[in-house]
Ligand binder design. Structure first.
Ligand code: CTP
Ligand code: CA
Length: 226
């Protein structure tokens, strides 16, 4: 049976998945973040484990409980995620970066709660490191799959990320169409591959989307082994 074959082909493969938002601390009571729920990344990690892969899930703060049979490592900031991901990168077969990593963090973190003043407040922000781009530069044999959250020009922006970050595949979703993106239980994805192939995953549950994404990832992996 097909499912059984699929299960076998994932046996022993080492996969690292990232999920969720990152939180960038301003003071003890406030942070800068985004609307990522973590659902897509968790669905991928869970499905990979069910197919017999050895899965590490590095996740920002979410409300989802860790999937069964997955080594889950919780992190808070982009910098924490960078450390955890680079630490576990070597020896992985496949890395799938579904996390919505903050691009900026407050330049200063205050030890005490910031008190309001009479005028306006400006919070100065600085860039975080691009984790996926770093992996693209450092990779040896790992298959690298990224995500692209876009609200316009999806194909152009996603393909730029595929090239700039040296990826094998990028999964693009529109974060403004109804039923897709950050908080939703469903998703519609466009997979752009390095060989120029495009695969459309029509609107479905995140679990179904995860299955199709993993099927396409395995195909790339198998192709590379030849
Ligand atoms: N990513 C990352 N580290 C960052 C920012 C993004 O690893 N500091 C990864 C995300 O996990 C995702 C991919 O890069 O897999 C694309 O993220 P996205 O936010 O869509 O693209 P950016 O390159 O950050 O560009 P922009 O937000 O300006 O569109
Ligand atoms: Ca970004």
């Amino acid at each position: 049976h097909f499912t059984k074959l699929e299960n076998k082909s994932w046996q022993g493969k080492k996969i690292l998945v990232t999920a969720g938002p990152t939180q960038e601390k301003i003071d003890p009571v406030r942070f800068y973040s985004n609307r990522s729920s973590g659902k897509m990344g968790y669905a991928i990690a869970e499905e990979a484990a069910e197919r017999g892969a050895e899965v590490i899930l590095i996740t920002g703060p979410t409300n989802i409980k860790p999937p069964h049979g997955v080594t889950t490592i919780p992190v808070e900031s982009a910098s924490d995620m960078y450390d955890a991901v680079t630490k576990h990168f070597e020896g992985q077969d496949i890395v799938i970066k579904a996390a919505a990593v903050a691009d900026y963090r407050p330049k200063t973190t205050f030890d005490h709660k910031v008190k309001k003043q009479s005028g306006d407040l400006t919070v100065e922000m600085e860039r975080t490191l691009d984790i996926l781009k770093t992996l693209g530069e450092q990779r040896t044999n790992q298959i690298l799959v990224g995500f692209a959250a876009e609200s316009e020009n999806i194909e152009t922006y996603a393909k730029n990320k595929l090239n700039n970050k040296n990826l094998d595949m990028i999964a693009a979703n529109s974060i403004i169409s109804p039923g897709t993106g950050f908080q939703s239980d469903t998703n519609e994805l466009l997979l752009y591959k390095r060989d120029g192939q495009t695969v459309h995953i029509p609107m479905t549950t995140k679990k179904e989307a995860a299955k199709k994404l993993l099927d396409n990832t395995l195909e790339i992996y198998m192709e590379k082994q030849k």
